[in-house]
Design a binder for this molecule. Structure first.
Ligand code: ADP
Ligand code: MG
Length: 353
């Protein structure tokens, strides 16, 4: 795409509102206000993990994510193949969050002159590996120069039957709230990588000792989208009433589901899944493990709700955890602690602005 010159007046009006005052979600809501859907085939636009497009006998789902150097990743500790894998995985995760199967991706990159062919090939090694892992085809993209850091934008396209799609808006009172895997690991892993980076910067002779932390650093550097769960849900004949992936933190995602479904939720501290290494490392870092579970981002697990009639089908699943239930909207959003006290959930989530 050719670079367009934006007149200075266009971006400098009298009134100035800081993006940080709106926040990421406030900004998206604001942009969405002026969008009028013109095509009948645009079944779902802005506001879910992916857009949904009518394709006749099935629907297509489309999701885009942009990863920026210095904001989403730090090349001093993120190996390029891992980064390539992660860039695909985070998009596949949004397709999984719709209960759909990913089929194609496009990859766009902006490169500074710091990058050699070998570096780009290392990045693509991870992209190809993820394409194999998720069974998707790389079908296009765009390449451009960058004056700042590396940027990677991936669009993923998936497919499903219309009735298989799980929106964020479908949770109903008395549904059971489920999460997959365990939470908080990616945040704790990031803290460890940052700590070791500072140690290294202070003394370059010190070799970072990361062996003890491979689970949590792996969760940060090379997350895996839960396509396995999407396939298993199909085999079990379960369509979640609502679903999203946990990219901004459990608390924030519960807020999204509750807002869009017009419901409340109660979750239980003793049901929240946390891995032992995540727990121990959080304690070592003086972080509260439950805060890491609630507010840690980038775990890319799935949060979903099921009808009670489907509970039996999932009850024995080793990697699905039943963390609470959906309530009336006026009942609010609460966490019941181990001692039995109900505390209101606050959605902190990740703020880039
Ligand atoms: P996720 O965390 O699942 O990737 P986001 O919070 O990034 O989702 O996005 C929420 C919704 O807002 C999605 O439907 C996404 O397509 C849409 N969105 C995000 N940024 C923009 C933008 N700049 N213009 C239009 N839609 C956007
Ligand atoms: Mg998502």
């Amino acid at each position: 795409m050719r670079r367009s010159v934006v007149a200075r007046e266009n971006i400098m009006s009298e009134k100035r509102t800081e993006i940080s005052d709106l926040g990421e979600f406030g900004l998206i809501d604001r942009l969405n206000e002026k969008v009028i859907i013109k095509n009948k085939s645009s079944l779902k636009g802005i506001g879910d993990d992916a857009a949904v497009i009518d394709a006749g006998d099935h629907v297509k789902v489309v999701s885009t994510d942009l990863l920026m150097e210095g904001v989403h990743f730090d090349l001093s500790y993120a190996p390029l193949p891992h980064l390539g894998f992660k860039a695909v995985a985070v998009n596949v995760s949004d397709i999984a969050a719709m209960n759909a199967i990913p089929k194609q991706i496009t990859v766009s990159i902006a490169l500074s002159n710091r990058f050699s062919l070998e570096a780009v090939e290392a990045l693509y090694e991870g992209i190809y590996a993820a394409c194999d892992h998720y069974g998707v085809d790389l079908i296009g993209g765009d390449t451009t120069a960058s004056r700042t850091g590396l940027a990677i934008s991936i669009t993923a396209i998936g497919e499903a039957k219309k009735e298989q799609i799980s929106y964020r808006s479908g949770a109903k009172e008395n549904n059971i709230l489920c999460v997959t895997g365990d939470l908080g690991g990616a945040l704790v892993g990031l803290q460890i990588l940052e700590r070791e980076k500072q140690v290294f910067l202070a003394n370059p002779d010190m070799k970072p000792d990361l062996e003890k932390y491979t689970v949590v650093t792996g969760r940060q550097l090379r997350p895996d989208a839960r396509m396995d769960i999407v396939h298993e849900l199909r085999e079990l004949g379960v369509v979640p009433t609502s679903m999203m992936d946990i990219s901004d933190g459990l608390a924030s995602e519960i807020f999204h589901i509750c807002k869009l479904s017009g419901v409340g939720a109660t979750i239980y501290e003793d049901k929240l899944p946390i891995d032992k290494q995540t727990f121990d490392t959080a304690v070592e870092l003086n972080l509260d493990p439950i805060t890491c579970v609630l507010n840690g981002g980038e775990d890319y697990e799935l949060l979903f709700t099921i009808d009670q009639k489907d509970f039996d089908k999932l009850e024995k699943h080793p990697d699905v955890h039943f963390i609470g239930h959906i309530t009336k909207p006026e009942d609010g959003k609460y966490l019941v602690t181990k001692s039995g006290t109900a505390v209101q959930i606050k959605a902190q989530g990740w703020k880039h602005f």
